[in-house]
Design a protein around this ligand. Structure first.
Ligand code: CU
Length: 148
């Protein structure tokens, strides 16, 4: 075996090892964050200790309906140390609710509710926004999660 071929084999093996290490790191990361990725409503159950909040996205705002029947628009109210299950749908086109500080993201699809459960741990004000381009005023689909 000449030295050129030997070098090429070594380079190839080094690249394969690097790609394998990156793949393993990625799979471990995704595995550890599956709880925050929304599941279709029909395929998952609501955890017994969580409060359901109905969420509707529409051009161009977010509407929240709480268990006592009250509603809010573009402000979501929650309490620290309590679990909430967001059941999310849309009135018109596909939207996508992202609460970056809590790692929550869920699609709002007309006729296909999705849900995600999360538990805010610290009181504060956290931004949320629509991250699926949904029309000319898409940029207005943002608001605040108020955790008391
Ligand atoms: Cu939107």
């Amino acid at each position: 075996m000449n030295s050129k071929l030997k070098n090429e084999m070594i380079y190839s093996i080094v690249v394969i090892v690097i790609l394998l290490v990156v793949a393993i790191i990625n799979v471990n990361y995704i595995d550890g964050h599956m709880a925050n990725i929304a599941q279709p409503e029909n395929n998952s159950t609501v955890p017994a200790n969580s409060t359901i909040i109905k969420v509707t996205g529409y051009q161009w705002a977010w509407s929240f309906t709480y268990t006592n029947g009250t509603t809010s628009t573009d402000v979501l109210y929650a309490q620290a140390g309590h679990a909430y299950t967001l059941q999310v749908t849309s009135k018109d086109v596909i939207h996508d609710l992202l609460i970056p500080n809590l790692g929550v993201q869920v699609y709002a699809v007309p006729g296909h509710p999705n849900q995600v459960t999360f538990e805010p741990t610290k009181p504060g004000t956290y931004i949320f926004e629509c991250v699926e381009y949904c029309g000319q005023d898409h940029y207005l689909m943002r608001g605040y999660l108020e955790v008391s």
